[in-house]
Write a protein that binds this ligand. Structure first.
Ligand code: E4P
Length: 219
């Protein structure tokens, strides 16, 4: 299973990269805005900096709405770095853009996916990745991970190569369930990566070992 980090914060990306577990990065307009990036040039520089840090797939989101505009914007984003994957919204116009971009060899990540049928349509249109948003479904009392499970089954029934990115991850259990279901990727906030690594028994055990080792050293 691949781990992406869901952030545009360079420090968080660098720290996760140093853990040796990072396979990619996803960003979105809200995450970019949170970093105080202002203007198109600054956005392009920021995405380039992320690509240089990780040398792995980095999702950058297109913000146009019409298919032709999405395609032009996606071409520009893809030209930033060979690792850029263009996020395209799961709309009718988005699907048209995904097909055109797939034919041109531009990789896409279809975002804002909330149902298995949306994921199936994105895969058929040629998406490289689909991103079901599990946390936002949980927020409205739909079980997000059930949608992921259905997508895993459908993609496996028809041998789609489109990879499933479990997105809008809110806690370690989302990642655990994604791994058990065989989802390809989870894109995880920095805080949740820390939560996944820590265990109170590890801390207690280490504390005891270090205390006992002091006795050994002082004898
Ligand atoms: C994924 O690509 C999205 O950027 C992200 O997971 C959205 O998460 P949120 O629902 O916490 O905003």
């Amino acid at each position: 299973m691949k781990f992406f980090i869901d952030t545009a914060n360079l420090k968080e990306i660098e720290e996760a990269h140093r853990l040796g577990i990072l396979d990619g990065v996803t960003t979105n307009p809200s995450l970019i805005a949170k970093e105080g990036v202002v203007g198109r040039d600054a956005f392009v520089r920021h995405i380039k900096a992320v690509c240089d840090l990780v040398g792995a797939p980095v999702s950058a989101e297109a913000v146009s709405t019409a298919a032709e505009d999405l395609v032009s914007e996606a071409r520009e984003l893809a030209a930033i770095d060979e690792n850029v994957v263009v996020k395209i919204p799961m709309t009718i116009e988005g699907l048209k853009a995904v097909r055109q971009l797939a034919d041109e060899g531009v990789r896409t990540n279809v975002t804002l996916v909330f149902s298995p049928l949306q994921a199936l349509m994105a895969a058929k249109a040629g998406a490289s990745y689909v991103s079901p948003f599990v946390g936002r479904l949980d927020d409205i009392a739909h079980v997000g991970m059930e949608v992921v499970s259905e997508i895993v089954d459908i993609f496996s029934n028809y041998l789609f190569e489109t990879e499933i990115i479990v997105a809008s991850v809110r806690n370690p259990l989302h990642v655990l369930e994604a791994a058990k279901m065989g989802a390809d990727i989870a894109t995880i906030p920095f805080k949740v990566i820390g939560q996944m690594a820590r265990h109170p028994l590890t801390d207690l055990g280490l504390d005891a070992f270090l205390k006992d080792w002091k006795k050994v050293e002082t004898r």
